[in-house]
Design a protein around this ligand. Structure first.
Ligand SMILES: Nc1nc(=O)c2c([nH]1)NC[C@@H]1CN(c3ccc(C(=O)N[C@@H](CCC(=O)O)C(=O)O)cc3)C=[N+]21
Length: 300
C-alpha cells in the first residue's frame, strides 16, 4: 500500500530545489533576482495561511517576495491601480491575486488587468486562450503540479484514458487541456454527468477536483488507476476531540488506495505541488522577460 502513495510533499521539495538552483545561477551569471508579488484582499484566515506559506517558500528559493494586504473594503479602482503599478515594476516578475475576492470586486476584470507575462496563476484570458490552442503560456499552478506528478509516474501519458472530475476554470478546464496536449483521451465529468461512477471506472487516470469531501470511493475506480486528488475540504473530526476539524480530499483515501495503482494523499499531495509550481512559474516568467532559456522540466 505504501508504494502506492504519491509523495507530493517530497516531489514539491525537489521542484523547489531545482527552482533554487536556477535562481542562484540567474543571480550569479546575470545579477537577476526573480520577484513575486502576492495580493490579498480581506482577512479570510485560510487565505492568510496560504499567503504566509507562499511568502516563506518564495524567500527559501532565493526569490524576492512582496506581499500587499489590502482591507476587505478596498475599492476596485484602488486594486486595479495597485496591479498597474506591479505590472510596471521591473523588479516584479510574477503577480498573484489571492482568490476568492470579496463580492464587490469583479475578479475577471481584476485578473485580466494583470500583465499576461506576469500572470503566474495562468488565469488571464490571454493565457487561457494560449493554453487552449496549444501555444506557449503561463499554466495554472495546480494543474501543472498534477501534470508533473502524472508524467513522473507514467513517463508518457500518450493514449491513456483520463477522467477529470470537475469543470472549474482553475483546475478542471486547464487540466483537460494539459492532458489532451499530452495525448490522453480526456473526459470531463461534473455534477450533471449521468452515472459518473461508470464514467470514472473507464479511466487509467482520475483527477478529482470537485470540492466534495471523499466523494470518490474505491468502487468508482478501475483496478490500477492512478488517482490525483485535488480536493482540500475541511470537515468536522469529532474523533480528534470536540470541535476539531481535519482536511480531507475529494477521494476516500483508504478504499481508493486498495484499488488504485497509485494515489496522492491529502494533505501532502497536490497542495505542496501548487506552491512549488507557483515558484516555477515565477522563475519561467523571469527567464522569458530577460530573454533567457526557460528552466527545463519546470514548464508544461
Ligand atoms: N490566485 C490564487 N491562486 C492560488 O493558487 C490559490 C488561490 N488564489 N486561493 C486559494 C487557493 C488554495 N491554494 C492552496 C495552495 C497550497 C495548499 C497546500 O500546500 N496544502 C497543504 C497543506 C494543507 C493544510 O494542512 O491546510 C497540503 O495539501 O498538503 C493548499 C491550497 C492555492 N490557492
Amino acid at each position: 500500500m505504501t508504494g502506492k502513495r504519491i509523495d507530493g510533499k517530497a516531489f514539491a521539495a525537489n521542484v523547489r530545489g531545482q527552482v533554487a538552483e536556477h535562481v542562484a545561477r540567474l543571480k550569479a551569471e546575470h545579477g537577476i533576482t526573480p520577484g513575486l508579488a502576492v495580493v490579498l484582499v480581506g482577512e479570510d484566515p485560510a487565505s492568510q495561511v496560504y499567503v504566509r506559506n507562499k511568502g516563506k517558500q518564495t524567500v527559501e528559493v532565493g526569490m524576492n517576495s512582496v506581499e500587499h494586504r489590502l482591507d476587505a473594503s478596498t475599492s476596485e479602482a484602488e486594486l486595479l491601480a495597485l496591479i498597474e503599478r506591479l505590472n510596471a515594476d521591473p523588479a516584479i516578475n510574477g503577480i498573484l491575486v489571492q482568490l476568492p475576492l470579496p463580492g464587490h470586486l469583479n475578479s475577471d476584470l481584476v485578473i485580466n488587468t494583470i500583465d499576461p507575462a506576469k500572470d503566474v496563476d495562468g488565469f488571464h484570458i490571454s493565457n487561457v486562450g494560449l493554453l487552449g490552442t496549444g501555444q506557449k503560456s503561463m499554466v495554472p499552478c495546480t494543474p501543472l503540479g498534477c501534470l508533473m506528478l502524472l508524467r513522473d509516474h507514467f513517463g508518457s501519458l500518450s493514449g491513456r484514458s483520463a477522467v477529470v472530475l470537475g469543470r472549474s476554470n482553475i483546475v478542471g478546464k486547464p487540466m483537460f487541456n494539459l492532458l489532451l496536449r499530452d495525448s490522453c483521451t480526456v473526459t470531463v465529468a461534473h455534477s450533471r454527468t449521468r452515472d459518473i461512477e461508470a464514467v470514472c471506472r473507464q479511466a487509467d487516470i482520475v483527477v478529482a477536483a470537485v470540492g466534495r469531501p471523499e466523494m470518490v470511493t474505491g468502487d468508482w475506480l478501475k483496478p490500477g488507476a492512478v488517482v490525483i486528488d485535488v480536493g482540500i475540504n475541511r470537515v468536522p473530526a469529532p474523533e480528534l476531540g470536540e470541535g476539531r476539524h481535519k482536511i480531507v480530499g475529494d477521494c476516500e483515501f483508504e478504499s481508493c488506495a486498495k484499488v488504485a495503482g497509485a494515489i496522492t494523499p491529502v494533505p501532502g499531495g497536490v497542495g505542496p505541488m501548487t506552491i512549488a509550481c507557483l515558484l516555477a512559474n515565477t522563475l519561467t516568467a523571469c527567464c522569458r522577460e530577460n530573454g533567457l532559456p526557460e528552466p527545463e522540466g519546470l514548464t508544461a
